[in-house]
Every structure is written in structure tokens, then in C-alpha cells.
Write a protein that binds this ligand. Structure first.
Ligand code: SF4
Length: 441
């Protein structure tokens, strides 16, 4: 339907906007005579399927009004926009390089390629081999708005009508370089919003649409480092206190971004003090100080136990989720048992068990790696030990990776298991279903 994307944009909810972002772009367009710019955004739509919640909400959805020219073929476009989740889970930078070279081979003379977001890390790898190309890693929505005369920019406070929460991203980036994380080889700028600007925005929402303050989802890749760039020290506790002070706020969820090793006494006290905090994510990752050191995590096992029990003591009903990893280099069966036992001690409500994904640029890439069969065996023993020892309901999601024989594609599948032990003789898998995504190798 011609013009639908643009005409109703302001009235659309998040669900529709999200669909619009992922939809086949040829389905939604207005004729490009309405704009003086011929822009192709095919790869923004295509590669957004693997983008994270933050990137979509903060940057790509606000960018939608720019995409009404999608009927412009790549060969005809004056500007070709490109993004790629780039090493979000695996290092697939070679896919970004391949796609950029493909665009370069297709575009007409003089057309500009604009690479936005984390894919701008490809600049180093391309090493000047593609000309007339611009790389914008941060504030790219705002920069595109300025370039094409649109009033669009990043949104750090987003009302998600599907989730019924106000998502707030007070900080972008992480100053750590855990040895299994893309942070160890990628550059992502670090930037916090000031407490004053956050207060201004919250005051405005309270005045105009106070119901949006009811459920807050406080998120970032590393929330614990909030404020370092502005105030020279971690200030997450002040931010929690600020949000907590609004009487309209009933619930605060922190589903991502607390780094156990960076939770200071002030942050711990603020987390324990707020009666509105209903869920947090605290990633244990591994369960021996030796292995935590191997992967470059800042915390010790004892620190994790102390933090979990402090939170449990003050918030008995707190929902705690935790990521752990199996298949880490040098991992032994002792580490596997220790991991199951640490889960028993810390008592999270949900565990996401990831396999370590090897990438050549990881600092741990050259350590002895586990074979796939040994990794599978470690998972089996881990789940078995959990079922035998865990004393309450626990949801566990773990990964399965299959490689197809005739194509260079790996399927990463997630299996969800409900572990419930009324007594240790009756361990059971109650629920078992799968979801998957495809990684092009
Ligand atoms: S704290 Fe999290 S985001 Fe930062 S480097 Fe470690 S794993 Fe990556």
C-alpha cells in the first residue's frame, strides 16, 4: 500500500514499527518522487533480523521515516545504507566485508555507502579498499537526520507497548574486555546520559504520560559502569535512587548489564534498598576462580555468592536470571560440577547456558579448546548434576549447535528445560521446546 509506512508512522505501536523494520521493504513504500534523495536501505532491513533490542529501539526504529524509498534499486541509489549485527554472538565480520564488497560492485558511480552502528568496525578490515564510504559508529540516526533533512535521532527512553514497559538505556558501551566477548577486539564508544538529563526526561513523561513510568526496564551492555565518563566514578546507585524516587514507578527490571565484579558497595546497597526492583540479571559465567581468570571476568566465586545472597535476603521474591558458559578452554569436569553446584548455592530462577563461541581474535583463542563431543558431554553432565541437586523450579536454556553438511551454515538451537525436583529421586524435564537462529559461517 503506497505511503503506508510514512503516513501512519506516528500512530504506530512498537509491534508495527518492529514489523516495518523487518518486513520485505518492497511491501511498504511511497514513490521516491516525494523525496529528493534516492536511498537504498535493503541491508538495514535484512540484517536487522539479528540485531539486538537496543539497536532496534534506540536507533533503527527512529530511523524508519528515512526508509520510504525502498523501491530504489541498489544500482540506482545515490546512497546505500548498511548495517550488520557484526560479531554480536559470533565473529562474522567476513560476512559484513563480503556484503560491502557486493554493494560496491553493484552501485552506480558516485553513489555513497553509509555504514552505521557496530558494522563500522569493518573500516579497519577494509583498510581503504572501498572508496566513497562513510562509517558512523554512534549517533548515526541523528547524523542521517542531519544529512537528509529529517528530525530523527536516537531514543534512549522508549515506551514498548508490547512489553508494557518504559525501556531506558542510560549508558552505551562497556570498558571491560572479557576474553570471550566481542569487546576484546571491537570498538564501541562509551557514553552515559547525565543524571540531570535523565531526570528531565522522567519529569516530562510524568507530566505527559505518567502511566509509562509504571514498569521500568533499565538496560545497557554494562550498567554498572554508568557515569564513569561524566562523573569519573560509577554512579548506578544514584540512578537507581533517582528512578526509585518517582512514586509512579512501581516496578524496576534490570534484565541486562550488571557486571558482578563491578557491583560496588554503593550499587549493592541501592539494589538491596529499592523495594521496586523485581528482577535482575547477574551473569555467573563460570564457577571457579581459575576459570574466571582464564576468561578475564572481574569477579570471584565468593563475590558472586555474597551478592546473590545479599539480594535474596532483602528481596526473597526477586527473579534472578544468569548466563553461564560451557566449553571454555581448559574447562575440566571439576569445573562442570562446580558450575552446577554454584547454581545450587546462588539459586537463580533462570539460567541461560551458552557454549563458548571461539573467535580468532579472542585473547583465549590460542588456549587448548574442547572438542565438540567433549563440550556436549560437559553439557550432559552439567544438566544431570543440576537435576540431581537443584531444590526448586529452575528454567534452563542451553545451546545446541549443528553444522550442515553441504552448506557453510551453522544452526544454533536453544532447548528450554524446566527442572523441578520435589525430591531428588524424581528429576524431570517438564518442558522441552526449541528455537533457533541461523549463523552464516
Ligand atoms: S562486561 Fe559484558 S559486555 Fe563487557 S566485556 Fe565483559 S561480557 Fe562483554
Amino acid at each position: 500500500m503506497k505511503g503506508r509506512a510514512i503516513l501512519n508512522y506516528d500512530k504506530m505501536g512498537i509491534k508495527e514499527k518492529r514489523e516495518l523494520l523487518l518486513e520485505d521493504p518492497t511491501e511498504n513504500y511511497v514513490s521516491y518522487e516525494e523525496s529528493k534523495y534516492k536511498i537504498n536501505a535493503f541491508f538495514i532491513h535484512l540484517n536487522n533480523t539479528d540485531e539486538c533490542y537496543r539497536e532496534r529501539m534506540v536507533s533503527f526504529i527512529p530511523m524508519l521515516p528515512l526508509f520510504h524509498n525502498d523501491e530504489v534499486r541498489m544500482e540506482e541509489a545515490d546512497y546505500i545504507l548498511y548495517c550488520h549485527p557484526y560479531a554480536r554472538c559470533e565473529d562474522v565480520s567476513h560476512v559484513a566485508i563480503k556484503e560491502l564488497n557486493y554493494i560496491d560492485s553493484l552501485r552506480k558511480p558516485g553513489a555513497e555507502i553509509i555504514v552505521v552502528g557496530k558494522a563500522a568496525n569493518a573500516e579497519k578490515l577494509l583498510n581503504g579498499s572501498i572508496k566513497n564510504i562513510t562509517f558512523w559508529m554512534s549517533h548515526f540516526t541523528e547524523k542521517l537526520g542531519e544529512k537528509f533533512g529529517l528530525n530523527i535521532k536516537e531514543q534512549y527512553f522508549v515506551w514498548d507497548d508490547e512489553e508494557e514497559h518504559l525501556a531506558i538505556w542510560p549508558v552505551d558501551g562497556c570498558l571491560q574486555k572479557c576474553y570471550f566477548c566481542r569487546r576484546s577486539y571491537m570498538h564501541i564508544p562509551f557514553e552515559s546520559l547525565s543524571l540531570e538529563s535523565i531526570k528531565r526526561e522522567l519529569d516530562y513523561i510524568r507530566k505527559t504520560e505518567p502511566y509509562k513510568l509504571r514498569n521500568i526496564s533499565l538496560r545497557a551492555e554494562n550498567l554498572t559502569e554508568y557515569g564513569i565518563d561524566i562523573y569519573g566514578k560509577q554512579c548506578l546507585h544514584k540512578l537507581i535512587e533517582l528512578i526509585d524516587s518517582y512514586e509512579e514507578v512501581e516496578k524496576i527490571k534490570i534484565p541486562i548489564g550488571l557486571c558482578i565484579g563491578e557491583v560496588t558497595e554503593d550499587i549493592k546497597n541501592a539494589l538491596c534498598k529499592s523495594k521496586k526492583i523485581k528482577s535482575v540479571a547477574l551473569n555467573l559465567e563460570a564457577a571457579s576462580d581459575r576459570l574466571l581468570k582464564v576468561i578475564g571476568k572481574k569477579h570471584t566465586v565468593q563475590q558472586a555468592i555474597t551478592l546473590f545472597s545479599a539480594l535474596r535476603e532483602t528481596h526473597p521474591d526477586l527473579y534472578i536470571s544468569s548466563n553461564v558458559m560451557l566449553g571454555l578452554p581448559t574447562e575440566t569436569m571439576t569445573d562442570v560440577f562446580a558450575l552446577a553446584e554454584l547454581i545450587g548455592i546462588t539459586q537463580p530462577n533462570f539460567v541461560l547456558c551458552n557454549y563458548y563461541s571461539w573467535a580468532p581474535k579472542h585473547p583465549i583463542a590460542n588456549l587448548p579448546q574442547l572438542s565438540e563431543s567433549l563440550r556436549e558431554y560437559h553439557l550432559k553432565i552439567f544438566l544431570k548434576h543440576l537435576r540431581c541437586t537443584f531444590r526448586k523450579d529452575l528454567d534452563v536454556t542451553h545451546e545446541k549447535i549443528f553444522k550442515r553438511k553441504y552448506s557453510r551454515t551453522a544452526i544454533r538451537e536453544k532447548e528450554e528445560i524446566r527442572i523441578y525436583n520435589e525430591d531428588s529421586d524424581f528429576p524431570a524435564i517438564i518442558e522441552d521446546y526449541t528455537s533457533y537462529r541461523i549463523i552464516t559461517e
